[in-house]
Write a protein that binds this ligand. Structure first.
Ligand code: ZN
Length: 114
């Protein structure tokens, strides 16, 4: 379970962002979480809840937006949603023959400050 490490890293990043942007109170943080990042949103929320009480973010709401994993077919170049198409190119039918192009990200999308 690496969600705890991600939560702690997120807190570090937010502390720096708040300092450099002179944010006094962070109301919420929105995170883009790729479905291929192997992070379970519910676990990450739990780790966040467990980590923030001792920090300036104890009242900050964590919002998670899951992003779809997409791949580009090595055979015909078609871009498609991997899970939805069961790892198969909808254009030429090549199975498991693609380059992942999105869905691995764990990134801060939006900060809401007071
Ligand atoms: Zn294809």
């Amino acid at each position: 379970m690496h969600e705890m490490g991600i939560a702690i890293e997120l807190i570090d990043t937010l502390e720096e962002l708040c300092k450099s942007n002179k944010v006094k109170k962070l109301v919420s943080v929105t995170l883009n979480l790729g479905e291929a990042s192997m992070v379970v949103p519910r676990y990450l929320e739990e780790c966040w809840e467990a980590s923030v009480p001792d920090t300036e973010f104890k009242d900050t709401k964590l919002k998670i937006v899951q992003t779809v994993a997409k791949g580009k077919c090595n055979v015909c170049g078609t871009e498609f949603e991997i899970a939805k198409n069961s790892q198969k190119c909808p254009n030429c039918g090549a199975v498991n023959n693609f380059v992942p192009i999105s869905g691995m990200e764990i990134e801060i999308k939006e900060l809401e400050a007071e």
